[in-house]
Ligand binder design. Sequence first.
Ligand code: TEU
Length: 530
Amino acid sequence: MKELGYFVYQIYPKSFLDTTGNGIGDINGIRKKLRYIKGLGFDYIWLTPMYVSPQKDNGYDVADYRKIDPLFGTEHDFDMLIKEATELGLQVMMDMVFNHTSDQHQWFQKALSGDQHYQEYYIWSESPTTWESKFGGGAWEYAPSVGKYYLHLFDKSQPDLNWENENVRKEIYDIVNYWIKRGVKGFRFDVINLISKRYPLVNGEGDGRLEYTDGPRIHEFLTDLRTNTFASDESILTVGEMSSTSITACCKYAGPKRDELDSVFHFHHLKVDYLDMNKWSKDHFDFEMLKDLFKTWQLAMQDAEVVDTLFWSNHDQPRIASRFIAATNAEEQLRKNKMIAMMMYLMRGISYIYQGEEIGMENLKVTSIDDLVDVESINYYNASTDSIADKLAILSQKSRDNGRTPMQWNASGGFSDSTPWLKQNENFTSINVDSQLTDTDSTYSFYQQIINLKKNDNVLIYGKIEFIDDPKLLIYTRTLAGVTYMVITNVWNEEIAYPAKFKNVIINNGCELSGEVIKILPFGSLLIEV
Ligand code: TEU
């Protein structure tokens, strides 16, 4: 399981670097920064969708799976990106969106104009179920030209594909093989555990998710997908994004036989600040839940020999630097950023770090709904009966756009010469790449240190993980061939004492080690050999 030591850098191209001056990041912007990414120690870059798309959901609404959207550059630019990345030792992972297409995809357009062959590519009903869309509202939309409703688990511009139809599955294999031929060495499959719907379609409980999550034919579909595509190349790394999944299902998706996927993303640990599982709530943090989730999932995945993934952020998440307990000054924030990195990336799994996390980029202060572009955020704003002030406060903590604001490259922003497609966080004057590159005590330098430390230490890559119960601290050990490391992390803005004994100190982030007990400052953390 050599991939346990891999580090993947996630790029959201629209917000990475604009080289044409149109306010939108592009492929040539990514090419310019490949050395920056390699310099941090990464093995892969994961690119979120850049295919032709009307951008209703920022590219997760694909209108042509084989074409790069001119918004991001040319086909040649893309080929050069693959070439240059590969030369630097960075493999390219593409994002494949196969639960749904855009309503602008020619399959759906043909379906709407009465072509029965293509109507069978989608899911239709005359009497829709009560399922809810993940973006709010109902999951069915009436198509007058067809006289039926079509299913859309996401936006109404994202009709769900009918995986029961063998023709659809074959189209998908062809698309994956097309990108393999172009030199892609990794795939992230978007909400892939939602593709098998349970028939006959019934309302089911609540929002209906049990009727299509980890559905009856999912393992068969994934095995067939693998056999017909990436099974041909052992070096291809796959990861499935799993929505509301279970440990049991994940142990099959990425089990030791590897006949489906190599690894999985699951999200329970990123809902510990949802009050009663409601995303649109604020000022909540359940530390016990976070601890239990890490322990339960890490141990279960280790026992089942499943490759887990380690991540705090992506383009759907608010910024981790701003989550959980707030820091009250810059010194605390820096310690918090370092603690956050140690807590996550020294566990067992492939690490995924999202652009900007390595410099501690923070959430936006949303002052008006006009600051935001994200369809999910706007739907929430329009549907919620909370006061405007509450809605803006909640969006400042939870909107997906918090994670999508343009990269902060230097003290003048550095993302684009013109107005960015999404407001840049005004704190770019103090939080930016330039100011951190040469500062050995910066968040950037710490991420670089952690990545290189882990990549060169088999204890941190393969070591057995065990958790030590503590009411206030999150503590775990990694052990291999008689060597044991301990990671101690304090998520609170208060000093905590812990009676640890150690042989060596590997990283000390804000701890006093001189007395009988270790004193851990607010947001402090420690990596020791015990
Ligand atoms: O996201 C899947 C998904 O359901 C969530 O991450 C969702 O955005 C979140 O729960 C909302 O609170 C994937 C993509 O990562 C996302 O950007 C797309 O919008 C979505 O699928 C549809 O393709």
